[in-house]
Ligand binder design. Structure first.
Ligand SMILES: [Zn+2]
Length: 236
């Protein structure tokens, strides 16, 4: 099972072979461009097409015991061993990439300024949210962080993805800011770096340059209890 999105977030299509189908609708492939719902980032959607013209929609993608599982519709169209052409809904994915890089940028600025950690996040194409372990956070404060983030976006800072040995990665301060989980068997950690701003262990898909994020627009702050403040934002 080769997850091609880890090496190239901009890959929109690939050719794959059906490895297994369970309950007539959960399909695993030898390789995939589909990002499974994980690390707060919503799953990709798209389609699978066989060379003889059979086509199914991919309506959900998740990870089951470490393997990417594609939920397809209609059921019963594909069979084991089928060669399929995979294509993702790029408009949706690209929004999610921009949202995810924006989340790293905002969290990095807040961490650097106040040492605050993120306790949860949900990245969706049209609106995203992040939870911060903050005693006091009001709309004005959040707006000023987002204004700072938009300044960095205008500077067109590069974003890089690479791998580091686990022990080396965990020596970097703030390497884990989001609520991502890294199983102990992962000897190499995937690192997403916004040059000079943020280094984070992360399995998500990101844009190559902050300028692609566009503009972050503050929506609202909600108080979800002690030490838990939730901020909503969108992109322009
Ligand atoms: Zn992330």
């Amino acid at each position: 099972m080769n997850s091609l999105y880890l090496a190239d977030s901009y890959l929109k299509e690939c050719d794959s072979t059906v490895v297994s189908i369970s309950d007539s609708k959960f399909v695993t492939l030898d390789q995939t461009v589909f990002y499974p719902k994980s690390g707060g980032q919503a799953n990709d959607e798209g389609k699978l097409r066989t060379s003889d013209g059979r086509e199914v929609k991919v309506i959900f993608v998740g990870k089951v015991e470490g393997v990417v599982s594609h939920q397809v519709q209609p059921e019963g169209v594909l069979k084991d061993g089928d060669n399929v052409h995979c294509s993702i809904d790029w408009e949706r994915r690209y929004k999610l990439m921009r949202m995810h890089t924006a989340a790293h940028l905002i969290s990095a600025l807040m961490y650097t300024d106040s040492g605050v950690m993120i306790t949860g996040n949900e990245l969706q194409p049209d609106q995203s949210r992040m939870d911060f372990d903050f005693e006091k956070m009001d709309a004005e404060m959040m707006k000023s962080f987002i204004a700072k983030a938009n300044e960095k976006i205008k500077q067109g800072v590069p974003v890089k993805t690479y791998y580091l040995p686990r022990e080396e990665a965990f020596k970097i301060p703030g390497i884990v800011k989001l609520a991502h989980v890294f199983p102990p068997e992962e000897k190499q950690l995937r690192i997403v770096e916004i040059e000079g701003i943020d280094i984070e262990a992360d399995g998500g898909t990101h844009v190559n340059n902050l300028s692609e994020v566009g503009e972050i627009v503050f929506l609202k702050v909600e108080n979800k209890g002690k030490g838990r403040k939730r901020v909503y934002y969108t992109l322009k």
